[in-house]
Design a protein around this ligand. Sequence first.
Ligand SMILES: *Cc1c(COP(=O)(O)O)cnc(C)c1O
Length: 307
Amino acid sequence: MFADALLPTPLTDCADEVFERSGVGLRLKRDDLVHPLVPGNKWRKLAPNLELAVREGHRRLVTFGGAYSTHLRAVALAAGALGLSSVGLVRGEELAGAPRNWSLRAAEEAGMELVFLSRADYREEAGRGAGGGAGEAALRRRWGPCLVLPEGGSNALAAHGARAIVAELEESQGLGERDVICCPVGTGGTLAGIAAALPPGARALGVAVLRGGEGYLEGEVARLHREAYGREFGGWRIDHGHHGGGYGRVPAALEEFAAGFERRHGIALERRYVAKTLAALYDLTAAGAFPPGTRLTAVVTGLPDPA
Ligand SMILES: *Cc1c(COP(=O)(O)O)cnc(C)c1O
């Protein structure tokens, strides 16, 4: 699980007309290649949590997610690889009797015990998982000694894990005033880690993949900063104009952009997060949002779903 990670992840230039016209550079940080079982930012965020689990002798991981949660699958596969047991609390009791979709099947095949909850129960349990303290104690009473990971996997250790993305960039080609590190924002854990690691002058740009996250997502990043580092950081912002209509929505124009990008660059694009982020960078660059000389680095945070 740790030894077979590809670190540092590859960094490649990505030339395209819109960037050349604007005098802006684009690089791709290929975190989608970081680990064969647990790709992308899920590996970044889980790695320090798994190290803690192993160090403290936990035998079981408990976490939360929806029917197609990448985080749930990642925890199942990582736990399986480390010989730990895992429990996934899944949103939607109606899924219990239904045939498993590919994502839940993969989690189950990796050894995860799935527990299906009504939406109300799920909210309550996931809230316990996010809060630490008494909530976590209640989960341990129910599931035995375990390490609890919040929905989406974004806790203080996850932010520390994402920090390594910036450390790798600094080591390879340095980072300075012209640099903008870009990533999608689901829960904000990845952006929080990146933003906390920025050297002076460099900036981070998150692209919200859900609708109506203004204020809430910024608050989540700031909360993670306080939890992980005891302070807040500047130098970052979240774009709320490129969510494509909401989480999981892939409008025709985005699909067309992603297919064109794949044709030109030969890289398969995950649609819900990565394609939205890249589409935002193309759009913002075309609109003159970045001064000439800017160097954008897009973190490719995951792989496309299997066909
Ligand atoms: C889960 C996921 C994200 C969201 O990351 P957060 O740290 O929750 O903001 C981004 N990209 C991909 C591909 C993901 O699977």
